[in-house]
Design a protein around this ligand. Structure first.
Ligand code: UDP
Ligand code: MG
Length: 323
């Protein structure tokens, strides 16, 4: 925020699912990071790392509890069951916003370079409410992960959901932004798409994504697919519209088929009844497709309405300012 008092309280929110192998190291590195930021008076000494246990089946929650008990700059919350990274993150952000002025979200596995935090905070102090950390290279990811992710970003943008290319969930958000986020009541919340739609002054910082410190990726292929599907269907009604487009394409094709069938009829190159049947199939097919598409349009509208997203967000109101 522009008019920031000396030091802001920073919360670093980290969703953890079966992360017992990395938590000690993550804690060690973040302890140093927090200490140096507090010493330099960049952040308040009340700043904390908040681990969110996403219903882990291993020892993760016990480790988090022990760390939180022993260290004043570490805390945690645990979810009743595994709800997926996006929901765990949301739970963390919504909890942290009551204590913090500014929140950074990141992964537990140290793939996100924690030295980028300094730069993110600088951007925050310069008046940005959201700072996206974007990977400049993906050399450390597997070929499959890299290509599937890049395809995903492109496809999402094609479908009209604003997504920051190569940005995952490593980002800084001010309390103000999180307060606005809390007004989004939809259940299927796709955070990567929501933040760009919230607006506010934003900045981007670049970092090199590292290899996972230990353990395996907790994003199984199934989770990745669910995530992508969730993103597309909760942000775009374009797939519904495609039905209509497809209907019209088939209608045009059927016009061609009609002409073709009639020519064959005239040239006597056909069996009895064939012309009528082929024309009917194509024509009725296209009409059905268009009808489904039109119904889809309305369902899309209902869908958007039920989300009850805020229609606008006020950035500043001069009326509120004291002189
Ligand atoms: N994660 C989670 N719940 C899940 C899956 C993952 O909280 O159901 C967390 C995980 O512990 C990690 C972050 O989300 O902190 C990113 O997961 P991961 O590193 O496995 O994904 P990748 O980097 O391979 O995309
Ligand atoms: Mg990872």
């Amino acid at each position: 925020m522009l008019t920031m008092k000396e030091t802001a309280i920073l919360y670093i929110v980290i969703p953890c699912y079966n992360e017992e192998e990395v938590l000690q190291e993550t804690t060690k590195q973040l302890r140093q990071k927090l200490k140096s930021l507090i010493d330099k008076k960049i952040i308040s000494s009340k700043s904390k790392v908040m681990y969110v246990d996403d219903g882990s089946k291993d020892n993760t929650w016990n480790i988090i509890k022990t760390i939180a008990r022993e260290e004043k700059n570490f805390t945690g919350i645990s979810l009743s069951k595994n709800k997926g990274q996006q929901n765990a993150l949301l739970a963390g952000l919504m909890t942290a916003r009551t204590y913090a002025d500014v929140v950074i979200s990141m992964d537990a596995d140290l793939q996100d370079d924690i030295n980028t935090i300094d730069e993110m905070l600088e951007k925050y102090k310069a008046g940005n409410d959201i700072v996206y950390a974007v990977r400049n290279k993906r050399t450390k990811d597997s070929f499959f992960k890299r290509t599937s992710a890049q395809f995903f970003y492109k496809f999402m943008n094609f479908l009209g959901a604003e997504c920051i290319y190569n940005h995952a969930d490593y980002r800084l958000t001010s309390k103000r932004v999180l307060d606005e986020l809390s007004k989004f009541k939809e259940t299927n919340l796709f955070l990567r798409g929501i933040f760009p739609s919230i607006g506010f002054k934003t900045a981007i910082v670049y970092y090199e994504r590292k290899k996972r410190y230990a353990g395996k990726s907790k994003y199984s292929l199934k989770k990745m697919f669910n995530f992508a599907w969730e993103g597309i269907t909760s942000f775009s009604i374009k797939p519904l519209r495609f039905i209509c487009v497809l209907g019209f394409l088939i209608l045009f094709t059927s016009l061609g088929i009609i002409i073709y069938s009639i020519i064959r009829k005239i040239t006597g190159n056909t069996v009895d009844g064939w012309t009528f049947l082929s024309i009917s199939i194509w024509f009725i097919g296209s009409l059905q497709m268009i009808s489904i598409g039109i119904i889809g349009e309305y369902i899309g509208k209902i869908y958007s309405e039920t989300k009850q997203r805020p229609r606008y967000i006020i950035l500043e109101n001069l009326e509120d300012k004291e002189n």
